[in-house]
Design a protein around this ligand. Structure first.
Ligand SMILES: CCCCCCCCCCCCCCCC(=O)SCCNC(=O)CCNC(=O)[C@H](O)C(C)(C)COP(=O)(O)OP(=O)(O)OC[C@H]1O[C@@H](n2cnc3c(N)ncnc32)[C@H](O)[C@@H]1OP(=O)(O)O
Length: 183
């Protein structure tokens, strides 16, 4: 198994048409149906990256920005955004595709955490990942913060133990100095 893989090697694209049994009372794609589709797409990306069985450990974020109507063509694209020791973050982008007018609307985004497991469902090490595009680099850079937040929210980490997340709430030294100068 390769020790380091590119983000693009885990790219997974799923295209579907929204059927009536998947909609809510407003005849738009039901949120839970979309979550299931995102989980499926993201789990394939995770398995492609680590070439192992994976389980969903956490759904860290999902945004519903635009409804997806019955009959709409929905395209899901997922890629591993960062690999840690046994876990990986997977980003899923969802698009409403209008093949007739050739328009694409970015409707949703989801961030999932998967863990690679052995035959006894114990976590096992995974290959590292290199981001290449600007977007991959941005997502990769912020992933550690999101991991810490997810661990805090799930009670697996104490807020004061965080490294990257804590930095967001700390004032830069220069700002502190300039405040002192003004006094
Ligand atoms: C070959 C290619 C072909 C491709 C084509 C085939 C594709 C074929 C795909 C099929 C894919 C099926 C995909 C099914 C997807 C489900 O539906 S799975 C069902 C739902 N999920 C579950 O049932 C999982 C239940 N939970 C568990 O089993 C355990 O809690 C877990 C997740 C394995 C973790 O176990 P644990 O003993 O607590 O392990 P622990 O060492 O504490 O943590 C392991 C890692 O997870 C991280 N972690 C744990 N919880 C969290 C959290 N809440 N937030 C963030 N990180 C967390 C830890 O930080 C740690 O990360 P690392 O620092 O090691 O990277």
């Amino acid at each position: 198994m390769a020790k380091i893989k590119k983000a693009s090697e885990s790219l997974t694209i799923m295209t579907n048409i929204v059927l009536p049994n998947e909609t809510n009372s407003l005849r738009n794609l039901f949120g839970g149906e979309l979550l299931a589709k995102m989980d499926r797409c993201a789990s394939i990306s995770a398995a492609r990256h680590c070439e192992r069985r994976v389980v969903t450990a956490s759904v860290n974020h999902v945004s519903f920005n635009h409804p997806i109507p019955e009959g709409g063509v929905v395209v899901l694209e997922s890629k591993v955004s960062r690999a840690f020791s046994t876990s990986m973050e997977v980003y899923v982008d969802v698009w409403l595709d209008d093949p007739i007018n050739q328009k694409k609307i970015h409707t949703n985004e989801g961030i999932y955490t998967f863990v690679a497991v052995d035959e006894f469902n114990r976590p096992i090490p995974i290959p590292d990942m290199i981001p290449e595009t600007e977007e991959e680099k941005l997502r990769h850079a912020a992933a550690f913060r999101r991991k810490e937040l997810s661990l805090i929210l799930s009670g697996r980490m104490k807020p004061l133990e965080s490294v990257e997340l804590k930095k967001l709430f700390q004032e830069p030294e220069e700002t502190k100095e300039s405040k002192k100068d003004k006094k």
